[in-house]
Design a protein around this ligand. Structure first.
Ligand SMILES: C[S@@+](CC[C@H](N)C(=O)[O-])C[C@H]1O[C@@H](n2cnc3c(N)ncnc32)[C@H](O)[C@@H]1O
Length: 289
């Protein structure tokens, strides 16, 4: 927990990664019709039963319905309503988060990033969290170009392209979605640069294969800045906001996600069968110590 940084937001959370310290406000979900109090064990047993019966925890319909409400309910006091896995309605309210209550059966949650508007910007640009470290568009673009050229010339990239030729050739693909790649514009951008360069390789490989086919290319990471948006646009990638990435993924997509801190595998397993996924192997945790 961090300090309040803005009037009116009662509870603020900070999450820190190697790239930035990000400030989030989390919204509380409350059952509209209170249900009988359950013990933790009862809740876990019910969730296990739902899971084993094959009920999808994430669906595109639920994500889309929530996304539509977020677009239209923009007046303070507007109510956002979702239905949990048991069919019960949950109302989401900002301004009074005291821990997640009543939402054990709701896999979706709502939070928003707190940013400061730049008072000198006519176009309402935001001030990045790590202001002193943020680079300008030209520097970021040059850095990306140099590093992606080195990647393109590497043996690893040649091996990657031969895997694409042997494993992906038969797939009909018209979309690339990069999730949680991190920011090119913030410090410690090595992983973001490598993952974005790899996506550019996939796009170029597809364009060679399909004779300049139209491939839609998207990147979703709430860490991304306005400089990222411009640099990504220059290389043909559109920066998109959560939840659009989840809705874009379909059977003609290539998806990349490395070390995300949202449950990407669970969401995709429930919502889509992409042509190609590039992500970390699931490894069993060693619980002995
Ligand atoms: C541990 S970092 C990994 C970054 C990078 N892929 C790497 O390998 O270093 C987790 C990333 O997940 C991103 N993330 C969090 N919520 C996300 C969301 N809803 N959609 C996409 N990315 C998200 C974070 O902003 C962060 O950049």
């Amino acid at each position: 927990m961090g300090d309040d940084i803005d009037e009116g937001y009662e509870t603020i959370m900070s999450s820190t990664s190697s790239q930035s310290c990000t400030t989030w406000a989390t919204i509380q979900g409350t059952l509209i019709e209170p249900r009988e109090k359950e013990t933790k064990e009862q809740v876990i047993a019910k969730i296990d039963t739902l899971y084993e019966s094959g009920v999808p925890f994430f669906t595109k319909n639920a994500i889309r319905a929530l996304s539509n409400q977020l677009k239209t309910k923009t007046t303070p006091g507007d109510k956002i309503i979702t239905k949990d896995l048991t069919g019960a309605s949950i109302e989401w309210k900002s301004l009074d988060w005291y821990g997640v209550q009543d939402t054990a059966y709701e896999p979706l949650s709502l939070s928003y990033r707190i940013r400061q508007l730049d008072p000198n910007s006519k176009t309402k640009e935001t001030i990045p969290d790590n202001l002193e470290d943020t680079k300008d568009r030209e520097t970021v673009a040059k850095d990306f170009l140099e590093k992606s050229q080195a990647w393109e010339e590497s043996e690893t990239c040649q091996r990657f392209k031969s895997i694409l030729s042997s494993e992906v050739n038969g797939h009909d693909i018209n979309k690339i979605v990069g999730l949680a790649c991190g920011s090119l514009a913030l410090p410690n951008n090595e992983n973001a640069t490598n993952q974005t360069a790899l996506l550019v390789t996939v796009r170029n490989w597809l364009k060679d294969r399909d004779q300049d086919a139209d491939i839609s290319c998207y990147i979703q990471d709430p860490m991304n800045t306005s400089v990222d948006r411009k640099v990504l646009a220059d290389i043909g990638f559109e920066m998109i906001d959560d939840p659009r990435g989840w809705l874009e993924i379909d059977e003609r997509s290539v998806v990349l996600s490395v070390a995300p801190n949202v449950p990407v595998k669970e969401i995709i397993a429930d919502t889509a069968r992409p042509a190609v996924v590039i992500w970390n192997r699931v490894e069993e945790e060693d619980t002995k110590s």
